[in-house]
Design a protein around this ligand. Structure first.
Ligand code: SAM
Ligand code: SF4
Length: 384
């Protein structure tokens, strides 16, 4: 249950733009050249300091190290970044601090080191528990390492663990996927993110798809995988709080939740985004340009002032697929009548077809609605 106080909490995202190798599906900004890591860390610290006034004393409820691969940082480097943030920003007492980690980096010494820092949540990029999937994705770990890294993190005393899985993979059978979900449940983690594979332009998988080397999974099989995921995780006590996110005992990711609740956040590092209700800013997706600009003290970002139409469309994107849904009073309080009239008109047929429900002032997708959420989203978008 969110209190009014929570509403004012902001978030911090830190993009660590290094990966030891590149996975075939991934289009997050990263470099495999670690030569500039020291320069990057100095530049990052400058950005953290320079932007301290942007949140104007607002308290920080979550910090998220994403990537790239934040687990390539040394414990000392993580500690230094966090200490600097603590000096320059006002952190909540129970601030949630997540580190994204690759299974092959989670050695016993790294994990015991992490326990001496303020990191209190790990998001482990497992992706699959099948060696053939991991190989085809060009992951650096195998299935045994994925399982062992999760158990090792638990044994090290990290209590809040999330794992990432990908379904809809080329050639992935329903039985393959079922075994992944079973294994995830058996590991007794607090949170699971399960994403359907997206073919991003520029990735190896995209190239393979275009050349016919791999084929997209048939829609019916993808849908069956999604249905299986929902049913199995529900029976294992996970609550689906967003289309791809599942939590036990309300262990929602505060970072994601803040994003969906349209709280302010600052993003540091190349390609990181920031949001302050009225504007979006995105840092340049180039480590070289980022370093040069910080050195020269010039700008390294673009800013977009959000029109009312952008803000309405943003609200649709961030709310529709969550269990918190779209609030009618929020729509009425924040948008001109033409937007809520448009919404109501568009939503009507989905309320009749039961893809959407309206309860306690909130519009939410039903399970059937989640299956066609892309289509519904498209129709709720206001384009002048
Ligand atoms: C920033 S990425 C990876 C973090 C970490 N470096 C790792 O590989 O474990 C966060 C998550 O997004 C998901 N992801 C990335 N690209 C994807 C794609 N094309 N389709 C579906 N999921 C994707 C993966 O599950 C991944 O773990
Ligand atoms: S999935 Fe993770 S490790 Fe793989 S390329 Fe993307 S950010 Fe790097």
């Amino acid at each position: 249950m969110m209190t009014e106080e929570d509403w004012f909490m902001a978030g911090i995202y830190i993009h660590i733009p290094f990966c030891k190798t590149k996975c075939h599906y991934c289009d997050f900004y990263k470099s495999t050249d670690f030569g500039a890591k020291t320069d990057f860390l100095s530049a990052l610290k400058k950005e953290i300091e320079w932007r301290k006034r942007e949140l104007d004393g607002e308290r920080i409820g979550s910090i998220y190290f994403g990537g790239g691969t934040p687990s390539v940082l040394k414990i000392e480097e993580i500690r230094e970044i966090l200490s600097l943030i603590e000096v320059d920003y006002q952190l909540e007492k129970d601030v949630e601090i997540t580190l994204e980690a690759n299974p092959d980096d989670l050695t016993d010494s790294f994990l015991s080191g992490l326990k001496t820092t303020k990191i209190n949540r790990l998001s482990i990029g497992t992706q699959s528990f099948h060696d053939h999937d991991l190989k085809s994705m060009n992951r650096r770990h195998n299935s045994r390492q994925a399982i062992n890294s999760i158990k090792a993190a638990q044994q090290a005393g990290i209590q809040n663990i999330s794992i990432d899985l990908i379904y809809g993979l080329p050639n992935q059978t329903l039985a393959d996927w079922e075994a992944n979900v079973e294994q995830a449940v058996a590991l007794d983690v607090q949170h699971i993110s399960a994403y359907h594979l997206t073919y991003h332009e520029g990735t190896v998988f995209y190239k393979y798809l275009k050349s016919g080397k791999i084929k997209e999974l048939p829609d019916e099989l993808s849908l069956d995988q999604f249905k299986l995921l929902l049913a199995r995780l529900k029976s294992a006590g996970f609550e689906q709080y967003e289309i791809s996110n599942f939590a036990r005992n309300e262990s929602y990711s505060r970072h994601n939740k803040a994003y969906w609740e349209r709280k302010k956040y600052l993003g540091f590092g190349p390609s990181a985004h920031s949001f302050d209700h009225k504007t979006r800013r995105w840092n340049v997706s180039s480590l070289r340009k980022y370093l040069q600009a910080i050195e020269a003290e010039t700008s390294f970002w673009e800013t977009e002032i959000l029109s009312e139409q952008d803000q309405y469309n943003d609200y649709m994107i961030t709310s529709l697929r969550t269990k918190w849904g779209i609030s009618r009073s929020y729509l009425h309080a924040n948008f001109e009548p033409k937007f809520h009239h448009f919404f109501q008109e568009q939503a009507e047929k989905y309320l009749i077809s039961k893809h959407m429900r309206f309860e306690d002032d909130v519009y939410r997708l039903s399970t059937e609605g989640l299956f066609i959420s892309d289509k519904i989203m498209e129709e709720l978008f206001y384009i002048e």
